[in-house]
Design a binder for this molecule. Structure first.
Ligand code: ADP
Ligand code: MG
Length: 274
C-alpha cells in the first residue's frame, strides 16, 4: 500500500462544471468518502438546491433543517449547520435544502454577495484551525451566484469531465468564468485537478475524449479514470457512497486511487516549495 501524507493545511476545492449530469455530485461524495477512509477529515458543502450530495452522504436535509441557505442568507456560522455523515466520523456535510433554490435570486440584493461562502468558511477555519484536511464544494449546474460563491471560497477547482462526445463543449465558458473570478474576486483560485469519469473503455470515443483532455491539460488530469459502473449510480439511493455500498466494486477502487493521487500530488508540490 502506497504511503500518503496529509499536509496539515485545509485544501478547499470546488467541484464545478456548468453542465448537468457530468458527475460533479458523484465525484464530490465518493472522493470525500475515499479521502475520509484514508484518514483525512473532510467537509462536503452541498451548494446544489437538489441536495443530492446530502442525500448520498446519508444526511437529513428536509426543509426544517438548518442548511447552507441559512449560512448564505442569514449569516449562520457554518458550525451550526454541519452534520456528521453516518458513514464516517471523518466525513462532515453542510447540507442543502430546497430553500437554497431561492438563494440564487435572494443573493442578488445582498451585501458582498459573491463572498458570503468565503467569509463563512474563513470564520469556520479560523475557529477550528486543525480540524479539516479538505473541504469539497458540490456546485449546481450553472454559473450563477452560488457557483461564484464557491469559486470565491476555494483555492482549487476540480472539474469532472464525462468521457462523452460533447465533453469539451462549454469548457471554454467555464475557464472564461474562472479567469474573471481570478481577476476580480479570487486571485488564489487554480484549476488544479481534472477527473475523467463515466469512462466506458469499450468505446473508441471515450478513449479519444480522454486523450484530447489530457493533451489540453497535461498536468491537471489525474491518471486515475472513473469507469462507468452501475454500482456507482445505485449507491446514492441507499444514502451511501460507493465505498460503503460496494467497497470492492470498480467504482470504489477507482475513487480510492483518485483520492490517493490527490493527496500525493499535493504533498509533492509542497516539497517542491510550490
Ligand atoms: P452532476 O452532479 O454533475 O449533475 P451526477 O454526479 O449527479 O452529476 O451524475 C449524473 C448521473 O450519472 C447520476 O445518475 C449518477 O448516478 C450517474 N453517474 C455518475 N458517475 C457515474 C459512474 N461512474 N458510473 C455510472 N453512473 C454514474
Ligand atoms: Mg449534482
Amino acid at each position: 500500500e502506497a504511503e500518503v501524507h496529509l499536509t496539515g493545511r485545509t485544501r478547499v476545492l470546488t467541484v464545478s462544471n456548468q453542465k448537468g449530469g457530468v458527475g460533479k455530485t458523484t465525484t464530490t461524495v465518493n472522493l470525500a468518502a475515499a479521502l475520509a477512509e484514508r484518514g483525512a477529515r473532510v467537509l462536503v458543502i452541498d451548494l446544489d438546491p437538489q441536495g443530492n450530495a446530502s442525500t448520498a452522504l446519508g444526511v437529513p436535509h428536509t426543509s426544517d433543517i438548518p442548511s447552507v441557505y441559512d449560512v448564505l442568507i442569514d449569516e449562520f456560522p457554518l458550525a451550526d449547520i454541519i452534520q456528521v455523515s453516518p458513514e464516517s466520523p471523518n466525513l462532515l456535510c453542510a447540507p442543502s435544502t430546497i430553500h437554497l433554490a431561492g438563494a440564487e435570486i435572494e443573493l442578488v440584493s445582498q451585501v458582498a454577495r459573491e463572498h458570503r461562502l468565503r467569509v463563512a468558511v474563513d470564520d469556520y477555519l479560523a475557529s477550528n484551525p486543525d480540524l479539516l484536511d479538505f473541504i469539497l464544494i458540490d456546485c449546481p449546474p450553472s454559473l450563477g451566484l452560488l457557483t461564484i460563491n464557491a469559486f470565491t471560497a476555494a483555492g482549487e477547482l476540480l472539474i469532472p469531465i464525462q468521457c462523452e462526445y460533447y465533453a469539451l463543449e462549454g469548457l471554454s465558458q467555464l475557464l472564461g468564468t474562472v479567469q474573471m473570478i481570478q481577476k476580480h474576486l479570487n486571485p488564489r483560485l487554480q484549476l488544479s485537478t481534472i477527473l475523467l469519469t463515466m469512462y466506458d473503455g469499450r468505446t473508441r470515443l471515450a478513449q479519444q475524449v480522454a486523450d484530447e483532455v489530457r493533451e489540453h491539460f497535461p498536468s491537471q488530469v489525474l491518471d486515475t479514470i472513473i469507469p462507468r459502473s452501475v454500482r456507482v449510480s445505485e449507491a446514492p439511493s441507499f444514502g451511501q457512497s460507493v465505498l460503503a455500498y460496494d467497497g470492492q466494486s470498480a467504482g470504489a477502487i477507482a475513487y480510492r486511487e483518485a483520492a490517493v493521487e490527490m493527496i500525493r500530488r499535493d504533498s509533492a508540490s509542497n516539497e517542491r516549495g510550490a
